[in-house]
Structure formats: C-alpha cells, structure tokens
Design a protein around this ligand. Structure first.
Ligand code: XBP
Ligand code: MG
Length: 244
C-alpha cells in the first residue's frame, strides 16, 4: 500500500471561506463599475455557485437572468473584461486582510510541512488569487510551501470535471492512492473522485452545507480539529496500512 505522500487542497471554501464576502462582492463591484445594475445577492450567488469558474458563472447568469446580453457580438471579450476587473477587486479584498484562512488550516499546513508531506492546490480560481490569498491571509512564505498550484484555465474543463486534480497529480508525479484530497463542495467531490482520489475529506463551507458529498471518505464542518494524524488515519482507512 502507498504511504501518504501529498495533500491536495481545494482553495475556495476549503483553505478560506472566500465566496460570500470575497468573490461575490468583487463581482458586484465590477458590475457597478461597468454601469450594470446586476446585483448578485447572497442567495442568488448561492444558486450561481452551481457553475464553477468566474467567467463561466457570468455566462450562466446571462443565459438565465440577462439573455438580451447574449446577442452582443463581443460577448466573450465583454465577459473576460468584467472578470478581469472582478479579479482586481478580489485581489484588493485579499490584500486588505478581509479574508482569513479557515481555522486549523495554518496549523495543518505546518504539520504537513514539518512531516515532509508534500502540498498541492487544485482549484478553479486563478493562480494569482491563490498566491495572494496565501500571502495575505497566511504569510509571505506560504505560497512556496505548495509544490504544485494547479489553478483556473490551465485545464480545458473545470470542476466537476477531474482535469485540475489529474493535472495536480501529474505535476506531483504521484498516484492518487498516495494522496489525501480536501474539498468543500459537491462539484469538488465529483472532480476529486473523477481523478480517483478516494481518500477525500470534505469540510463544508458557507454555501455548501447540505450538498451531496457521496463517495467522500469523511465530512466535517471545519478543519479546526483535523490534524495530520487524522488525515493519515483517513488515508489508512481507505487504502490499508503501509505494508498491508
Ligand atoms: C471556486 C470557484 C471559483 C471562484 C471564483 O473554486 O468555482 O470560480 O468561485 O473564482 P474552488 P474565479 O472551490 O475550485 O477553489 O472568478 O477566479 O473563477
Ligand atoms: Mg471549493
């Protein structure tokens, strides 16, 4: 049986609870700046989160709530421009310290680093959003603790497609059975399982409580009480003890 070699973390909702008070207001600021009267309220954003990827989420919103915009000849550029401004506003929010890492995350990352367990990220958001979150909510060295930051448009299909997790595994050069993956959403669970990451811990977040996490090994409300030993126990429960 493979020993545990690496942890693969989702970002939004897992490392930090970023959606309601981070990404969502950033989208709204970009819309206001563009003179659009679109308001992604807390409940509406919860519905829109069914679609991963900010650009994809804007297109989904247009299709269902603003179909007249679909006729724009420059639709792709229009969406890309809104998303670029949204990302700028999100980075400002991160740099203001508005979004902390979730309780237990700094400790768990330190334990893994101390034990020589490799760290990776597999996320739908952009690489800069990841490094800026880690630098500003954690510490300036934190991005360097992650050997692999698999993020955003680096893969053709976003979660729930498995592509980003497959990419992270390829970059790590380890099989899925050598890893534990940590996610917060049903889309993330489907993506991780699609990459054969069976040792999968779910930590529910603001918007994902009550989602379908079928196939995950364990569901917790947060990582406050999850240490490296708990992840090693979960890994053994799925794959058996080393030497089995
Ligand atoms: C969550 C997402 C992202 C964010 C918005 O990513 O689906 O799209 O909501 O970020 P994950 P962008 O849970 O996989 O970390 O606007 O940069 O896409
Ligand atoms: Mg997530």
């Amino acid at each position: 049986m493979q020993a545990l070699q690496a942890l693969i973390f989702d970002v939004d909702g897992t490392l930090a609870d970023t959606e309601r008070d981070g990404h969502r207001p950033a989208f709204n600021r970009a819309f206001q700046e563009a003179g659009l009267d679109w308001d992604w309220t807390v409940p509406l954003y919860g519905e829109l989160l069914a679609v991963t990827g900010g650009k994809e989420r804007i297109l989904h919103y247009l299709r269902h709530w603003q179909p007249d915009f679909l006729a724009r000849p420059d639709l792709a550029d229009f969406i890309a421009g809104l998303h670029q401004r949204k990302t700028a506003h999100y980075l400002d929010l991160l740099r203001s310290g508005a979004i902390p890492l979730r309780p237990g995350v700094p400790r768990l990352l330190g334990e893994a680093r101390e034990a020589g367990i490799r760290l990776a990220v597999a996320t739908t958001t952009t690489p800069e959003n990841v490094t800026t979150l880690l630098e500003c909510a954690g510490n300036p060295d934190l991005p360097g603790w992650f050997e692999v930051i698999a993020a955003g448009d680096i893969v053709p299909a976003k979660k729930p497609a498995p592509d980003i997790f497959v990419h992270a595994l390829e970059q790590l050069g380890v099989p899925p059975e050598a890893c534990v993956a940590i996610e917060d959403s049903a889309n993330g669970v489907r993506a991780a399982l699609g990459a054969d990451l069976k040792a999968l811990l779910v930590t529910t977040s603001t918007y994902t409580q009550g989602e379908d996490f079928s196939g995950s090994a364990e569901v917790v409300a947060g990582l406050d009480n999850i240490d490296l030993a708990a992840l090693e126990t979960l890994h053994r429960r799925i794959y058996g003890a080393v030497g089995d």
